[in-house]
Write a protein that binds this ligand. Structure first.
Ligand code: PLP
Length: 352
């Protein structure tokens, strides 16, 4: 992962006051390049007392392309452009493909996306409109990843096609980590007691954990960390299963299925990084059913006005389970990450 020479003089918190409300406000701790930006980041942190007294929703659905994936792709495409790359390719469950296509369009680069053929329509149409070549694959994101590698091998170019697969390059996690920076800034340089995050490939969790360490090294926050909670779908739960079995590496999850397409990641290369950080934080990993996440998505909409992605709904369902178990205490400050917008998931959400 990317390392910076960090200390108290890298960036003063006070310098942020006059900066633009995007993730690039933290540019000293981001890849050194000219940003390709659509205004990503600095998303609202809503206090949502009707969900829980001291509970908040960080609404990533208002990002460009309607998910937190905009952050990673803004960083990665900016750096690719900086390095002279002309073509990018990535496998995706949907949101990353939409984001990559949009940022590649803005950068004047060519994008090739590889998605499962039953990916929700909105993602496919979005990529197509941004000029990407859309490849629909008979298999899940890991099969799509293998297709990307075959495609790059079969199409040697100078400069080569840049593989933007999750955590195969260092820049996407750098963009995602800005969620951790923002949370601290929006909570007046404290961190919540608990963060609940819907987990697929894991860059959200891994990126935020890195941000907390970086902020501590710059003297912005102390040593206290939130309990990091990973939520997965019952139909695709490699991390939650490995965690429950006391293992550090996760087996590929068989017959992976869930209508929260972002959580349909049967095998994550960052499994051990996620499991280590969940343990180090005193957190946990758990699953919810598709029915629970869709019901919770409606509950979020009714109680807060936010039309969340089902992945966001999963965080509320999980937090309620953890409150019932006593893992979340009545006074705990809890941040639920709504990672995307419900508008892209109408097939999964209508008629419920
Ligand atoms: C809306 C949404 N939430 C969560 C995730 C999972 O994120 P990560 O792969 O960073 O764990 C995804 C991934 O596609 C997603 O699209």
């Amino acid at each position: 992962m990317a390392q910076y020479d960090l200390g108290p003089s890298t960036l003063a918190k006070e310098a942020l006051r006059d900066r633009e409300p995007t993730m690039w406000r933290y540019r000293e701790v981001l890849p050194p390049c000219e940003p390709i930006s659509l205004g990503e980041g600095f998303t609202p942190l809503h206090h949502t007392p009707r969900l829980g007294e001291n509970w908040y929703v960080k609404d990533e659905g208002v990002n460009p392309t309607a998910s937190f994936k905009a952050r990673g792709m803004s960083a990665a495409v900016s750096m690719a452009k900086h390095l002279g790359i002309q073509t990018v390719a990535a496998p995706s469950a949907g949101n990353a493909a939409g984001a990559m296509s949009a940022y590649a369009a803005k950068a004047g680069m060519k994008a090739h996306v590889f998605m499962p053929k039953d990916t929700p329509r909105a993602f496919i149409v979005e990529c197509d409109y941004a000029g990407a070549t859309v490849n629909l694959i008979d298999g899940l994101i890991n099969v799509c990843g293998a297709e990307v590698r075959k495609f790059i091998d079969a199409n040697p170019q100078d400069p080569p096609i840049f593989d933007l697969s999750t955590l195969k390059e260092p820049y996407r996690a750098e963009g995602k980590k800005t969620m951790g920076y923002e949370l601290a800034e929006q909570m007046d340089w404290t961190l919540p007691d608990v963060i609940v995050y819907p987990t697929g490939g894991g860059t959200g969790l891994v990126g935020m954990w890195k941000a907390f360490d970086e902020m501590e090294r710059m003297g912005w926050i102390g040593a206290k960390r939130p309990k990091m909670v990973s939520v997965q779908a019952e139909g695709c739960a490699p991390i939650a299963t490995a965690f429950a079995n006391g293992e550090r590496f996760a087996d590929e999850f068989p017959n992976a299925h869930t209508s929260a397409s972002g959580l349909r990641v049967p095998k994550a290369i960052a499994d051990f990084i996620m499991i280590d950080l969940i343990h180090a934080s005193g957190g946990t990993a758990l699953t919810v059913t598709d029915e629970q996440m869709v019901a919770a998505t409606r509950e979020i909409a009714v109680a807060t006005g936010i039309f969340a992605a089902p992945e966001g709904g999963a965080t509320l369902a999980a937090a309620q389970i953890l409150r019932d178990r006593g893992f979340i205490q009545p006074n705990d400050s809890v941040v639920l990450f709504n990672t995307g917008s419900g508008l892209k998931y109408l097939e999964a959400l209508e008629d419920h």
